[in-house]
Design a protein around this ligand. Sequence first.
Ligand code: NAI
Length: 325
Amino acid sequence: MASNSVKTTLKKEKIAIVGSGLIGRSWAMLFAGAGYNVVLYDIKDEQVTSALSDIKIQLEAVKKSGMLRGTLSVNEQFNLISGSNDLEKTITGAKHIQECVPENLDLKKSVFKNLDKYADESAVISSSTSCLAPSLFTEELPKREQCIVCHPVNPPYYVPLMEVIPSRWTQKNVVERTKELMTEIGQVPVLIKKELPGFALNRIQYAIIGECWRLVQDGVMSAEDVDKVMTAGLGPRYAFLGPFEVMHLNAEGMQNYIDRYASSMKSVSADFGPVPTFDGAALNEIVKDMNSQIPLDKLEERHQWRDARLLGLAKLKKDMDVEQK
Ligand code: NAI
């Protein structure tokens, strides 16, 4: 994350954000924190208005928690962000365009057509899509070589990973510039070298969910206990180390780990069942268990609880200077 010890310089370049919902607002804060001029566009005027007032509140809240990015004040950062209801003006002259409209292929296609029409020849045109491969909505575009996916993780202010996914026709230079920009604004980019469904984070997440589901479905554990396996077991470790480093450290290096544990890993992995259908008795049991732990009318309260813990963890990681290499 952007260090508070290095003075943030005001950048001359413009960043365009298209779609000012949950993720568009987060992007605006990330770019303003690094000193960029941000123009936030939405098809609905009222969304832009509410985004701007929400951003002000969020900036004040992160300032209060000691996690405001960069060295600019809340007001300086907020003043870097402006709203717009004119797509052409928003896009023209932007060095980086970040699309944040709802996850729908036809909508992404039609929005990208317009971004392509108005974008400068040197602009990077990036989508926040959570799982659509960039070639699905850029193939027909004249500026398709400038298009890429840069997928954040919610909430991006505290969870810095950015999955960068080029298509076959994305220029190398666009990939490099996207990675550099993400690093510059304090995020942690990873490159997904081939387009594939779910990119990396969701593939890994779905593998975990699949096994958690089978453990409940097969009567091995309760949903509550499965969650504890993560929160009291794997989670704390993975907040600091990735699975490969865990392996490397849990033996005398990676080779030694494989020598010792490869046969167990193979036989346990071979025991995994098929992909769950996520319905029937297991679904009923998991829904019942979750609703009794966190009733639906307490979800908002629990979101705040979660965000406070993610903030605390981000702070701890910053203080311990253990950001990802
Ligand atoms: P959202 O529903 O909160 O916001 C979408 C915004 O786009 C709304 O303000 C809407 O008025 C606007 N919009 C709709 N059509 C538009 C158009 N033609 N032109 C301009 N604006 C338009 O959605 P959210 O959650 O911010 O998601 C946006 C994208 O980010 C999606 O692709 C989603 O998959 C991705 N994403 C979402 C994450 C999340 O946790 N919510 C995490 C990472 C990525």
